[in-house]
Design a protein around this ligand. Sequence first.
Ligand code: AMP
Ligand code: MG
Length: 337
Amino acid sequence: METKLLTSKQVKEAGAILKEGGLVGIPTETVYGLAANALDGKAVAKIFEAKGRPQDNPLIVHISDLSELDDLVAYVPPVVYDLADAFWPGPLTIIMDKADIIPDEVSAGLDTVAVRMPSHPVAREIIKAAGVPLAAPSANTSGKPSPTTAAHVMNDMNGKIDAVVDGGSCEVGVESTVITLATRKPKLLRPGRVTPEELEDVLGDELIIDDAVLGKLKDGEKAASPGMKYKHYSPSSDVFVVKGSFEAFKELIGKEATANTAVLVFDGEEKDFDILTLNFGEEDDDLAHAAKLFDALRTCDDKNVEKLYVRCPSDEGVGLAVMNRLLRAAEFKVLEV
Ligand code: AMP
Ligand code: MG
C-alpha cells in the first residue's frame, strides 16, 4: 500500500479515509496517533496489525466535543465534568465503564474505555471531518519510542497505513496522562503533561498513584494499564540512566565510550564530548526533556548507536512522565556515579 503524506490543510481527505475504514497517522499535542474509526472493529483491528501491538493492549478513543462522550460510556461520573473543565481539550485520558457501542478491539475485552479530547487543532479538525470518534494509540511500531514528527511515523508505518498528516513536531512529546475512574478511588496509571499535583487540585487528595508509574512490575504482577507491562519506548541501543554530578558523568564516558556510544546531556554540556552528543534542553526544564526524549532515542537508532548514556533528569512535575518513559527505554538500568 502507498502511504500518502498529507499536509495539515488536507483534513477532509484524512476524514474521508477514516470514514471508509482506513488508517491515518495524525498529529496531536502529545505524540502522533495512528487513528481509525473507533466504532468500526474491523478498522481498529488494522491498527494492531500495522503496529504489531499485542491484542490485549486497549486503545484511547479521541473525541472533539464533550457531547460525544455520553454515547461511549455506560455513565459519566460527575467528576469528569470538573476534569474536563480543567484539562480538556488537552493531554489527559480518562478511563470509564464502557458503553456497548465500543467494539472489543478498542477495549481489548475489558469493561472500560479510555477517552481523551486532544487540543491539537489539526487532530480536532480530523475528528470532525471523520464524523466519528477515533481510536488511536501512538503511531510507532509496538515497543519502539513514540513518534513526535511525521517523519518518525513514516519511518515505522510507510507502506502499512493509508496516510500520515504532517502537523509538525508535537509540543508535549510524551503520551497523555492516563487516570482511571473505574476504580473505587481515581488512580493515575500513566504520568504525562498533566501532573499528579494538577490532578489533585481537582480531585483533592483522593488520587492514588499506580505502582507501575515509576517502578517495575514484579514477575506475574497484573498491570492496571495493560500497556505498562510491555517492553516499551525502546530503541535498539542499550540505554543507561546516569545519576550523579556532571564531573562523574564525564569520567564515566571517558572510560566507557567507543565510536558507537552517544550521550544525552543538558544545555552547555555538549562541548565536553567528541562522540555523538544529543541535547536534552536546560537541566531544570522538564518540558524540554519531555519534548526531546523520543527524538533523541530515535536518532540513536538511525545512527546505529550501541550504547546511550543519559544525564538523569528530575522526576518532579512533568519529569515524572519523562522518568517513566526513560526508565522503560533503559530497561531500568540506572548507574550511580
Ligand atoms: P498508547 O495510545 O499507545 O499510548 O496506549 C494507550 C495506553 O492507555 C496503554 O498504556 C493502555 O494500556 C492504556 N489504556 C487504554 N485503555 C485502557 C483501559 N480501558 N484500561 C486500562 N488502560 C487502558
Ligand atoms: Mg504507545
